[in-house]
Design a protein around this ligand. Structure first.
Ligand SMILES: C[S@@+](CC[C@H](N)C(=O)[O-])C[C@H]1O[C@@H](n2cnc3c(N)ncnc32)[C@H](O)[C@@H]1O
Length: 298
């Protein structure tokens, strides 16, 4: 078993939301489509190692040994979804993780699974370009560690009008890269932001040029948007290419600072398809559900 430790408490929630959607997706679309695909572009190993540290004895508690659990990761969850996906693609660039994914596929030989050791952007853009999309529907899960997803990849996915994209957007990463003062953005940050947003328009939009003051001094260009403002900016950008982009869920849910925004982007533009995906997605992403749940379990 290859250990893959990642994320925090929000990871469990993220995976349960995506699982809920996958279940609803295959249930709703099974009668209408022969080809339902699941594409995991940052697939990991198929499992998630969760370690609970050992605890020494206290006056009221006995000592507890370290607990190591192996929970299901997104690839494994997608295999378990019923009704089934017809075809599953797991993309991952780490060789050790690929070995674990190959094991997972070998334990599910009756399923149609492709494991690809590749860069997610390259693989997704090729996958979109080399398949027809009028006869299938798919869910793509983008679950990167950081700002790896390129705009060109999102454009390719949106162009299919057949793919729903769950995207864990790294809001804290964006907040770090898009520093308060424009002059603090070096060439590598500038290139990363342009790759992520697809053009250099972010410079004007996030760092507006202000008029000179009464003495003729031009104010320094600064980003005034806070994390929520940046999230709204990302949603607006995504909405320029997808049919619908739902209001994302801020993660973690019950404590700051916000690290991620969990987006559902629907590439289909027909009212019937977007209405169904929005009904399910809005229900799953409703922060009130998760806040109530987490306080009820405390
Ligand atoms: C947060 S983990 C994904 C976890 C997975 N969704 C799960 O639930 O088990 C991110 C994964 O993306 C992989 N990765 C990072 N950059 C990548 C890239 N450019 N292309 C493909 N995989 C990448 C990492 O090796 C890591 O396994």
């Amino acid at each position: 078993m290859v250990d893959h430790e990642f994320g925090g408490q929000h990871t469990e929630l993220k995976l349960s939301i995506v699982e809920g959607y996958l279940q609803a997706f295959t249930t709703a679309l099974r009668p209408h489509f022969k080809h339902l695909w699941y594409i995991d572009a940052f697939a990991g190993t198929g499992s998630r190692t969760v370690r609970t540290e050992s605890k020494g004895a206290t006056l009221v508690e006995a000592p507890a040994a370290e607990i190591v659990e192996h929970r299901r990761g997104s690839a494994r969850i997608a295999i378990d979804v019923r009704p089934r996906f017809d075809f599953l693609v797991f993309i991952e660039k780490n060789a050790n993780y690929i070995a674990a994914l190959n094991d997972l596929a070998a334990h599910n030989l009756q399923r149609s699974i492709v494991v690809a050791k590749e860069d997610a952007n390259t693989a997704l853009q090729r996958l979109v370009g080399t398949n027809r999309w009028d006869d299938k529907r798919a869910v793509v899960f983008l679950d990167p560690y950081g700002m790896e997803v390129e705009w060109a990849t999102l454009e390719a996915l949106a162009s299919t009008e057949a793919i729903d994209v769950w995207f864990l957007f790294p809001l804290a990463g964006l907040f770090r890269q898009a520093t308060r003062r424009l002059t603090d953005i070096d060439e590598s940050k500038r290139a990363a932001l342009t790759r992520m947003f697809g053009s250099s328009a972010w410079e004007e939009e996030l760092y507006p040029v202000e008029d000179a003051d009464l003495l003729g001094a031009i104010p320094e260009r600064r980003r005034d948007l806070d994390p929520r403002g940046l999230e709204a900016y990302v949603q607006k950008r995504l909405s320029t290419i997808f049919g619908k982009v739902l209001k994302p869920l801020a993660l973690p849910v019950h404590r700051g600072p916000q690290m991620f925004s969990l987006f559902l982007c629907i590439s289909n533009k027909t009212p019937k398809a977007t209405a169904l995906a929005m009904r399910i997605g809005n229900h799953l992403l409703d922060p009130k559900r998760h806040l109530i749940k987490s306080s009820a379990t405390k």
